[in-house]
Design a protein around this ligand. Structure first.
Ligand code: ADP
Length: 571
């Protein structure tokens, strides 16, 4: 099976090959039973009506009753088996996708919009529908159309050629529909992504949208994207309808042709009336799965496209999950050797040729104008981005040898836009280290200055902070984020503009705390705060991704001020 060879689908399908065999076996029997209806009609016309054979009719009716009852039971069983297949694909592939998604490097995740990643989960649904829905049942029935043709060839040989001609026509229709509907389905998906992307952006930026009263502007964009989507959905619908209707016409034409040529054959006495009526029923059964195939083409096109997108995502390189190096808790020496980095291969480097040595321990500040590459450098230091050139070393070992988990335990990070999760303050501090006891949480909270404001809250550490921590102020969120980073007691702590949301008093207090923490940890802080810079052991000035100045804090700070690079002014 072509799908079985896919790494993400194979493991889900392999254990359920038996279920597919079951589905095919049941389809074999339901199709065999379906043959009994035209045979019944043939017998009734030729044996019952012609010879007043009421006893034969009774026997035939009883036989049919049993057959149809059995058919119902079998179809029910097939639907249930298909459901089990669907469930399995949903669970297994959904899980595989989620763990793949979690293991993708930050740079890969950032290279595509949120809506792209969300839509992948919809792709799993498409694969599920294609492999286990009504469309799969049609595919299971398809091989058995040979039965119908075989029976027609036996009972109504003179008109069997009509079906072959119509089959050829339907195959041509199917190919045309595959191309046309496939193309418009993929356009429709792109437009749905564009519309959902706008919606996502509007929700994420709702404060700005409201503050700047951008609703008119956004609504114009929304209307345009919605109109594009509706337009392509209509086009796709029109095309699908046309193929559906053509299929219907071919179906009816088959009946007309079979009856006309059949009538001639009956007149020539090469066929009975019963055979003609039975051939008509068989003809419809022969054509029906192919027409249904046309109607389900959108599902197949979707399945193919979704599978191709999932292939692409599952082929992406992952963050390292198995470490090649088992080191005890590092001393906290952090170094770079000629590190360069560009966001895209062809674009100019954002970081060029940076060589530095920090720690163990000490407070190390990075200063520089906006866009000089400070945040990018922090991401390189903690292995979130892989350098395009050069190496980042943690206690002399290349960080690329560590797993993501090891790095997150060894290097704490407080980003500029601290993200908190819905839940309590306690849960947010303990996030990622759920085993941490209350004592550890309290200690981290005290170190980060969270405890001071938590004790004033009625629910204390159990206070619900709302989606993304919206019920807290920026400064409070920042402190919780610092506590979270400190909980795992990392030997290295990276902070990106931690004082950006703090008042003077809180800034001085945080600077004091950082000095305290820096006695036993290597602290790297991107900052423009003179309070922090004054207390820093070393300062590095970045400009356009290069080191402009670096050295001991006491030496560099006056030079920064003299060169009128007053950091506060550059922000
Ligand atoms: P800083 O933290 O010093 O303000 P950044 O490291 O955030 O600077 O950004 C440095 C440069 O890299 C900027 O010119 C910015 O446009 C670019 N940049 C930052 N993040 C990305 C990204 N995810 N994709 C592409 N370019 C980026």
């Amino acid at each position: 099976m072509i799908f079985g060879s896919r790494t993400w689908l194979g493991p889900a399908l392999k254990p359920i090959r038996g279920l597919y065999r079951e589905i095919l076996t049941v389809s074999l029997f339901t199709n065999l039973i379906a043959l009994s209806v035209p045979l019944f009609v043939l017998q009734v016309y030729d044996k019952v009506v012609g010879h007043a054979g009421l006893t034969t009719l009774q026997a035939l009716i009883i036989g049919m009753g049993v057959a149809l009852g059995f058919d119902f039971v079998l179809r029910q069983a097939r639907s249930r088996t298909l459901q089990r297949v669907g469930l399995r694909i949903d669970v297994q592939v959904g899980r595989a996708l989620f763990s793949k998604f979690s293991a993708l490097p930050l740079a890969t995740l950032e290279s595509r919009p949120t809506s792209f990643w969300q839509a992948l989960f919809h792709d799993v649904e498409m694969v599920r529908n294609g492999l286990s829905g009504a469309a799969a049942a049609v595919i299971a029935d398809l091989p058995f159309i040979v039965f119908y043709f075989g029976l027609i060839a036996v009972i109504a040989a003179p008109i069997a050629w009509v079906l072959l001609v119509m089959l050829g026509l339907l195959v041509l229709l199917a190919i045309a529909s595959a191309v046309v509907v496939g193309r418009s389905s993929s356009r429709e998906r792109e437009q749905a992504l564009a519309r959902d992307g706008l919606l996502g952006e509007m929700i994420a930026g709702r404060t700005t949208v409201k503050a700047l009263s951008l609703d008119k502007d956004m609504s114009a964009q929304w209307e345009a994207r919605q109109a594009d989507l509706i337009e392509s959905a209509l086009t796709r619908g029109r095309q699908a309808d046309a193929f559906h209707n053509l299929g219907f016409t071919v179906n009816m034409t088959t009946t007309v042709l079979l009856t006309s040529f059949g009538a001639l054959a009956v007149l020539e006495q090469s066929m009975t009336i019963g055979a003609l009526v039975a051939a008509n029923i068989l003809g419809s059964r022969f054509i029906a799965p192919i027409v249904q195939l046309l109607n389900n083409w959108r599902t197949f096109a979707g399945l193919r496209q979704s599978a191709a997108r999932l292939d692409e995502v599952f082929a992406l390189a992952e963050d390292r999950t198995d470490a090649t190096l088992e080191l005890p808790r590092p001393m906290g020496r952090l170094a770079t050797e000629n590190v360069s980095f560009a966001y895209q291969e062809e674009s100019a480097p954002v970081i060029s040729q940076i060589t530095m040595r920090l720690g163990p321990s000490g407070l190390h500040a990075i200063v520089g104008p906006n866009g000089s590459g400070k945040t990018t450098l922090l991401n390189l230091l903690q292995g979130l981005y892989a350098p395009s050139d050069g190496r980042v070393l943690l206690d002399e070992a290349d960080v690329s040898q560590f797993s993501r988990k090891q790095l997150s335990e060894r290097i704490g990070y407080v980003p500029q836009d601290c993200f908190l999760f819905a839940g309590t303050i306690h849960d947010n501090i303990a996030k990622g280290a759920e085993m941490a006891n209350d004592e550890a949480v309290l200690k981290a909270a005290q170190l980060a200055g969270v405890h001071d404001f938590v004790i004033d809250l009625p629910d204390g550490y159990g206070t619900e902070i709302g989606e993304a921590g919206r019920r807290l102020s920026g400064g409070q969120r920042q402190r919780i984020s610092i506590a979270r980073a400190l909980l795992r007691d990392p030997p290295i702590l990276l902070l990106d503009e931690p004082t950006a949301n703090l008042d003077q008093e809180a800034t001085d207090e945080l600077a004091g705390r950082l000095v305290e923490l820096a006695k036993t940890r290597t602290i790297v802080v991107v900052t423009h705060s003179p309070a922090v810079l004054r207390l820093s052991d070393s300062i590095m000035v970045l400009q356009k991704g290069k080191i402009a100045l670096a050295g001991r804090g006491a030496e560099i700070l006056p030079r920064i001020l003299n060169r009128n690079l007053r950091p506060a002014a550059s922000e």
